[in-house]
Write a protein that binds this ligand. Structure first.
Ligand SMILES: Cc1cc2nc3c(=O)[nH]c(=O)nc-3n(C[C@H](O)[C@H](O)[C@H](O)COP(=O)(O)O)c2cc1C
Length: 108
């Protein structure tokens, strides 16, 4: 199923964003952007959709600036962003075990 079809079928959207140089990674933004054309598809795929943004990074600020950078995009697309918190994980590489599973109880 294409990404766009999966988005249309989904009750909500969870964006797990990395952060590149204090903003949204270009490839991730590009994937969302191409799902907004033709522009009629914005109403069909994004308008009113519940969206939450989370992120984890090896740095000290846990993708907070990338998460904030998504907000004007989510507003432009008429989504229903979740503002109940800012789930960000800093120093993420210290919180996983050798297999890559989340080992830190507090974070889980
Ligand atoms: C070019 C580049 C720039 C990055 N800039 C930031 C940054 O500004 N802030 C941050 O918290 N993490 C930054 N990171 C770390 C990413 O958010 C991410 O945690 C890291 O790339 C690991 O995820 P990946 O395995 O999907 O690449 C950067 C990574 C790359 C490759």
């Amino acid at each position: 199923m294409s990404l766009k079809a999966q988005l249309a079928a989904a009750a909500g959207l969870l964006l797990a964003t990395p952060e590149h140089n204090n903003s949204i990674p270009g490839a991730f933004k590009n994937a969302i952007d191409w799902m907004t054309r033709p522009s009629d598809d914005i109403a069909r795929h994004f308008a009113g959709k519940p969206v939450a943004v989370i992120g984890a990074s090896p740095g000290g600020f846990g993708t907070i600036l990338a998460q904030d950078a998504w907000l004007p995009v989510l507003r432009t697309l008429g989504t229903r962003p979740w503002f109940g918190g800012r789930p960000m994980v800093s120093r993420a590489h210290t919180l996983v075990d050798a297999g890559g599973a989340l080992a830190d109880k507090a974070t889980r």
